[in-house]
Write a protein that binds this ligand. Structure first.
Ligand SMILES: *Cc1c(COP(=O)(O)O)cnc(C)c1O
Length: 403
């Protein structure tokens, strides 16, 4: 698309006509060139200022991952050889005992649970989710229960909820197959991670940590295993920016071996529907190699700059306040922007504002709640922050005028 066709295209024409400063046009041009392939289908792409949600298609892959996927798509390899080689490369890269590629964070939960229930016993691997005579309990802190634990229940296990460390010790018994932690919910629960790990070690029961979206910092990729969690799962398509249908399972060699036996391409295995192709494997490896090498401080500065730019665009509008912040434990440590105003005085509800951004051109996704708007920096292309600030300023100024 050249500058002329770009300027006449709906998306940016409206923005530029309304006065986006010329030096931002190039940035806006780059930002809105994407997504033709979706538009042809009648599916509207959007600027993602909401975050790395799977339902919003996670994150955007770096060029290295895209190239790796295309190259991988050109030849045949034995899938098991590839899984093994990629796993070894990743284990070395991250300094963990063993690693494998899964179909995503949820795939990692399923395979971790299956591995802890069956070990490498081929008879058990064939029989699950019928667990007659097998260990069929997984212990989980009550506050960690979440929709993704369906992936554990798929294996046939019962989730036994506990609240305190005492509960945990009492609940552990001959039926316990696994202890199941969800990293982001630690602050909500009473049991701290070290106690949880220690309880597993003491009883000889593997401890799994679902850390699907716990990146950045990249150091989590190795530090959670080093803390003593026997298995740790990550989503490949969120923080790592790998293919959306990929994930990682890291940890103890014997358990990763058991997870591989429960996984595709084995046909009579519970993980067979969680297929991961050669393209995803090579794409995730490339994304990961780039991710661990990135200058994370520079990324943080860039993202903070995006949020500050939007905040600046909203200065001076009646009752509007902004705050750039990095949330503490229990949320993702990247820069966010909170935008609040007096909903009565401005006659614009937070939810309606989000809807107008979504329905407008280009479409913009943000989070809106009772406490205001929340914008995430992670998924913005450079330049898009200008469009977000401009559009938001327009809506808020309009609302202020009518007040
Ligand atoms: C996103 C997420 C998952 C699922 O990850 P996918 O890669 O989408 O399968 C599981 N657990 C948590 C805590 C998540 O945030």
């Amino acid at each position: 698309m050249n500058r002329r066709t770009f300027l006449s295209s709906g998306a940016v024409a409206s923005v530029t006509a309304a006065g986006l400063r010329p030096r931002y046009i190039r940035a806006a041009q780059l930002a809105s060139q994407h997504g033709e392939i979706y538009k042809k289908l009648g599916v509207r792409p959007f600027i993602n200022a909401a975050g790395t949600y799977t339902i919003l298609t996670g994150s955007i892959m770096p060029e290295a991952a895209r190239r790796a996927m295309v190259e991988a798509s050109r030849s045949f390899v034995r899938l098991e050889d590839l899984q093994k080689a990629v796993g070894e490369r990743i284990a070395k890269l991250l300094g963990v005992e063993s690693a494998m590629i899964t179909s995503g964070g949820a795939g990692s939960i399923l395979l971790a649970t299956a591995a802890c229930v069956t070990g490498t016993d081929p008879e058990k691997i064939r029989r699950i989710p019928n667990l007659d005579g097998m260990k069929d309990e997984v212990i989980v802190p009550r506050e960690h229960r979440n929709g993704f634990d369906h992936a554990a229940r798929t294996v046939g296990v019962k989730l036994v909820e506990v609240e305190t460390s005492d509960d945990l010790h009492r609940a552990i018994g001959p039926k316990t197959a696994m202890l199941y932690f969800t990293n982001i919910f630690e602050p909500k629960g009473k049991i701290k991670r070290a106690e949880f790990v220690a309880a597993g070690k003491q009883a000889g029961i593997p401890v799994f940590n679902d850390a699907a979206a716990e990146l950045p910092p990249a150091s989590n990729l190795s530090s959670i295993v080093r803390e003593g969690f026997d298995l740790v799962g990550f989503s490949g398509g969120k923080g790592i920016r790998g293919p959306q249908s990929s994930g990682l399972l890291l940890g103890r060699k014997d358990l990763i071996q058991a997870a591989l036996l429960n996984n595709n391409p084995n046909e009579d295995a519970i993980g067979r529907p969680c297929k991961v192709g050669k393209e995803e494997m090579m794409g995730l490896l490339a994304a990961l190699e780039e991710y661990v090498r990135r200058d994370q401080e520079a990324d943080m500065r860039l993202w903070r700059g995006f949020m500050e730019s939007v905040a600046k665009d909203l200065r001076g509008i009646s009752t509007v306040t902004t705050e750039v912040y990095v949330p503490g434990p229990g949320a993702h440590p990247i820069p966010y922007l909170r935008v609040q105003w007096d909903e009565n005085r401005l006659n614009l509800k937070y939810g309606d504002c989000a809807k107008q951004l979504r329905d407008g051109d280009p479409s913009i996704e943000i989070n809106a709640g009772e406490q205001g708007l929340n914008l995430a920096s992670y998924n913005l292309y450079a330049g898009e922050e200008r469009i977000v600030g401009f559009r938001l300023r327009g809506l808020l100024r309009q609302a202020a005028k009518g007040a």
